[in-house]
Design a protein around this ligand. Structure first.
Ligand code: FEO
Length: 394
């Protein structure tokens, strides 16, 4: 891939990973990704902003050559995760006088992950600046987007914010700049759902800070550059807000049809009440699609039969992932069926302890549903409706 100029003396030198299908051995990628990195050449000094995944370090170095880079004074590490810092050891070998510019926690992580020697670092904090001559870098401490050491780097003169993971998207594309397309917005939201959603309050805070900064461009470390930052900032404000939609998600698994019967009944009753419902058969639908909808659903009802002594593992997996993502749903519940016993409701409730939502009365029955079950499901639908109505969602 070629090095591409963004503005005079600022280049994109990252790589496109067209084939990556899964991230962190968990998130499925439908459209590959990119590991973006940048060069800022000042009148006196030159800085690299981030490196790339180690699988692509040769391409990265080739891009630096194409950008006609002969010396590097600083390598800024906005984020120590290996998809951005993995080529740091090679870059440090090639540029033996370069200093690694990062936060204190970034230094600790680079030392432990890459065995970089402590004397190679220049530790920076919030508001610190670094002059490259006619260009100035200002560092913004922004922990927890996505790890505790994360920071962003602002190029003052060109008003370009290098935001690392924040505002990114897993998209492999030859287009350098974001397009206002359904493909882009779907991938940007999926990325937010799976990577940024757990840090919603931090994301909201930093989005406001970036809005006040007024960058001309936001250049993240995955996906395209935002030449009109208001679009992605508007989206992030909405996703990270406390606002929820009149939407009930029902991820479920059913071994012999009893839980499915309860799900079908609840779906019908919610539709009758004007509530949008999305049932997901966990035997067919991956967690990525559910994570996407967790961004703004008001209510989550998990349908889970008991397998042996606790929840079916597919429901347990979904509950575990939901707990990690910490969605902003206001209400959550469990429905399902058991054969002879078990602790499914207690287990699932415990697995969801980090979701700050009101737990609705579970409907958990022995065997196949009957008239009493139907009444309990109708009561649950009425409770959901009442809560949505009280919050002016219906
Ligand atoms: Fe793209 Fe958190 O690394």
């Amino acid at each position: 891939m070629a090095a591409r100029q963004i503005v005079p003396d600022v280049y994109s030198v990252g790589v496109i990973d067209w084939d990556r299908a899964v991230f962190d051995e968990l998130m499925e990628l439908s459209d590959g990704t990119s590991y973006n990195a940048y060069v800022v050449r000042g009148s006196e000094k030159t800085a690299l902003i981030d490196t790339v995944d180690p699988a692509f370090e040769e391409t990265y170095i080739s891009n630096l050559v194409r950008a006609e880079l002969t010396s590097v004074d600083y390598i800024v590490v906005n984020h120590a995760e290996q998809d951005h810092s993995g080529s740091l050891p090679l870059a440090l070998e090639l540029f033996p006088h370069a200093k690694v510019v990062t936060t204190e926690k970034g230094r600790d992580l680079c030392c432990s992950l890459h065995h970089v020697l402590p004397e190679r670092f220049m530790v920076v904090g919030d508001g610190d600046t670094l002059s490259l001559g006619n260009k100035t870098l200002t560092f913004m401490s922004t922990p927890w987007v996505h790890w505790p050491e994360t920071m962003m780097t602002y190029l003052e003169e060109d008003k370009i914010l290098f935001s690392c993971d924040l505002f990114g998207a897993h998209i492999a594309s030859s287009a350098l700049y974001a397009e206002d397309s359904s493909r882009f917005w779907m991938e940007a939201r999926q990325y937010y759902a799976e990577i940024m959603q757990p840090f919603r309050s931090k994301v909201r805070e930093y989005t406001g800070r970036v809005r006040s900064l007024g960058p001309a461009m936001i250049a993240p470390s995955h996906g395209p550059i935002h030449r009109t930052p208001s679009g992605i900032l508007d989206a992030y404000e909405g996703w990270s807000s406390d606002e929820v939609k009149n939407l009930v998600l029902i991820p479920y698994v059913s071994m012999h049809g009893s839980t499915r019967e309860m799900v079908d009944r609840l779906v019908d009753l919610l539709i009758e009440r004007g509530i949008e419902v999305r049932p997901y058969d966990l035997g067919r639908v991956g967690t990525g699609a559910i994570a996407y909808d967790l961004v703004d659903a008001a209510t989550i009802i998990i349908g889970a039969p008991t397998m042996l002594f606790g929840p079916h593992p597919k429901a347990a997996h979904l509950a575990f992932i939901t707990n990690l993502l910490k969605p902003k749903a206001k209400w959550i519940g469990v429905i399902g069926s058991y054969g002879w016993g078990g602790k499914t409701v207690e287990d699932l409730t415990g697995m969801l302890c980090k979701v700050d939502a009101e737990m609705l009365e579970p409907v958990y029955i022995k065997g196949k549903s009957d008239e009493e079950t139907n009444i309990a499901i109708a009561r649950l639908a009425a409770e959901i409706y009442k809560r949505h109505q009280d919050h002016s969602l219906v």
